[in-house]
Design a protein around this ligand. Structure first.
Ligand code: F6R
Length: 613
């Protein structure tokens, strides 16, 4: 997830770009850049300064004030290539006459890059984006105008993109287009704008067009023309937006947590994007483990904290069933103190959204010092863990600002399941067809998640009924167990209510003693192998007077008969099930916390990244 902005026809173009980038920082902030375009050429400034990138860019571009009335800008959240200045956008072609900004992922960038370099292009970055500038350069060299060159480039690329493209040969023109990644065009009588999202433009115009997939917009000062992929005029409806800027920054949501929950289908989709090769093999290019390395492994150990630990627990079921390899999952802060038995045949996987959690980092260092192979699943490119590990598997959830992890957890599970499938393939534990079935189910989750998110109102209605409860138990079995742990953690963190997560079968070994009328038991009873046993465990608590809420798959009337309340979710295969079953538990925690008037984005006593032991 990155943020892009563009303007043509404004005397204060540079300010517009910088103000817009500030408002888009929530989409990424590891580097930022602008290019002002005039007949004299492209003035480009890029800065990689972490969270200060846009502020530093403002200082570094003062000299460019008034240099041009048109330009594009970008704030980056790295997915391909380190978060360095040379990978920051805008990117240029070989001649330096084409400048472009991009949000998305170009899946076939590697093959396009080798074709371009073989024909003499010099690629100056390690990004997936830069190939686009060179493909457009080829179109221009063949006599196309900028719009035709962009159109022919789109035919060649696979993946997701929102693009703003400019050329010195027609400096008043910005060509904007999108596929999957969002792009908004704004209009006034004298200027035209583009941005990834509405907040970047709201102080300049409230007349906006949301471009549709594969539409191409030709932005000139005071006019916008929209065509379809074939060049035929397309209908573009101008929307009048009356949000205030603060709401717009959160995409119209009240807080970042609800925005980030809504981002979950895209987070999972983007994490899977381009990771199934044309040969049917799961492709994890930065993992840096050869097929022989994977075959020689004798065990997998996942180390992580908090919600990332829960993602690791879900993954254990996938690694063991699919790849038939023993898995241990350890709380990172305990791992190195238990003197783990490690050698080069052990794969230690750190799971960390931030890639900075010190307990996980130290656990990975310990494993590396003991000779294990170490990889990390991280959402932050070039985080400390990503730099130190032998290999990396990035989740592509975009920045997560709410302290409670939501979209990154679902993306972690998806990423770990990809790794489990890869291991199963290489070790000959699954056939191509079996892997294809499981992968297709992961892909299907985008729409399953969208449907599940649409049921938030039903969950909130249950939360309203239970608003006075103070003791919550979350139960699950099999992959539903880590789902239950995650539900309990979410509730604790943001609502400050007492919540415990247990495996359903463990209740009778102690916890049943505290169950009494007034306790709420939320149990995950979706279609895993232990669903029936889970329902019996639920009957045990119900007969002790607890109020029972069940997470059930659509149509499970037998389960509903046991429940006082139900959270319905669409059916899915059991190992992918936690990715969608966690959602109503997030929604439940959210509704209870909001009902108690709490700030869900900044829960008391907690920090987003924990860098102390
Ligand atoms: C829970 C939460 C924390 C983190 C934990 C690990 O909502 O956010 O439990 O999951 O602090 O953080 P990372 O994944 O950054 O290592």
């Amino acid at each position: 997830m990155c943020g892009i902005i563009g303007v043509t026809g404004a005397a204060d173009a540079l300010d517009i770009l910088l103000d817009g980038l500030e408002r888009l920082e929530y989409r990424g902030y590891d580097s930022a850049g602008v290019a002002l375009v005039s007949p004299a050429g492209v003035d480009r400034v890029r800065i990689a300064d972490g969270t200060h990138s846009v502020a530093s860019l403002r200082g570094a571009t003062e000299v460019l004030n008034g240099r041009s009335r048109s330009g594009v800008g970008h704030t980056r959240w790295a997915t391909h290539g380190h978060p360095t200045e040379h990978n920051a956008h805008p990117h240029l072609d070989c001649s330096g006459r084409v400048a472009l900004v991009h949000n998305g992922i170009i899946e076939n960038h590697a093959e396009l890059a080798s074709r371009l370099t073989a024909t003499g292009h010099i690629l100056a970055s390690d990004t997936d984006t830069e190939v686009l500038a060179h493909l457009i350069e080829e179109g221009l060299a063949a006599g196309d105008d900028l719009i035709a060159a962009v159109r022919s480039t789109l035919v060649e690329v696979r993946g997701a993109f929102a693009l703003g493209v400019m050329s010195v040969d027609d400096p008043d023109l910005i060509v904007a287009t999108r596929r999957i990644s969002p792009l908004i065009v704004g209009l006034t009588d004298t200027a035209s704008y583009l941005a990834s999202d509405i907040p970047a433009l709201l102080d300049r115009t409230r007349d906006l067009i949301a471009l549709e997939d594969d539409q191409i917009a030709e932005l000139r000062p005071g006019s916008v023309m929209v065509t379809d992929a074939q060049g035929a005029p397309a209908t573009a409806t101008v929307l009048r937006i009356d949000w205030d800027i603060d709401a717009a920054q959160k995409g119209g949501f009240k807080d970042f947590m609800s925005k980030e929950m809504a981002d979950q289908p895209a987070a999972v989709r983007d994490t899977l994007r381009g990771r199934m090769g044309d040969d049917g093999m799961i492709a994890l290019d930065q993992l840096d483990l050869s097929d022989d390395d994977l075959r020689l492994l004798t065990k997998v150990i996942v180390v992580a904290c908090g919600s990332s630990f829960h993602a690791g627990l879900v993954a254990k079921y996938a690694f063991e069933r699919w790849a038939r390899i023993p898995v241990e999952v350890d709380i990172a802060s305990e791992f190195r103190y238990r003197d783990p038995v490690l050698d080069a045949t052990a794969l230690v996987i750190g799971v960390s959204q931030s890639g900075e959690t010190v307990d996980t980092l130290q656990a990975m260092r310990h494993a590396r010092d003991d000779g294990a192979r170490v990889v990390v699943v991280s959402n932050v490119v070039d985080s400390s863990m990503a730099r130190e590990a032998d290999g990396v598997l990035y989740t592509r959830a975009g920045p997560e600002i709410g302290v409670a992890a939501t979209k990154t957890v679902l993306a972690q599970i998806a990423a770990l399941e990809l790794l489990a499938l890869r291991l199963a393939q290489v070790r000959g534990e699954m056939t191509g067809e079996q892997v294809a079935v499981e992968f297709a189910e992961l892909i299907r989750l985008e729409s399953v998640l969208a449907e599940t998110l649409g049921r938030a109102g039903d969950v909130a209605a249950v939360a309203a009924q239970l608003a006075h409860a103070t003791d919550f138990f979350f139960l699950g079995r099999h992959a539903g167990f880590p789902t239950a742990l995650e539900g309990a953690l979410k509730l604790k963190e943001i609502s400050y209510l007492h919540a415990e997560g247990y495996p359903g079968g463990e209740l009778k070994h102690g916890p049943l003693a505290v169950i009494e009328p007034g306790c709420v038991v939320v149990a995950v009873a979706t279609g895993g192998p232990l669903r029936e046993k889970m329902l019996s465990n639920v009957s045990e608590v119900k007969s002790r007077g607890a109020t029972v809420v069940l997470v059930l798959e659509d149509g499970d009337d037998e389960g509903a008969a046991v429940a006082d309340y139900t959270f319905w979710v669409p059916a899915s295969r059991d190992l992918q099930s936690p990715i969608k079953d966690i959602v109503p538990l997030q929604q439940f925690a959210y509704a209870l916390a909001v009902g108690r008037g709490l700030d869900v984005d900044r829960p008391r006593n907690l920090a987003k990244t924990v860098t102390v032991e």
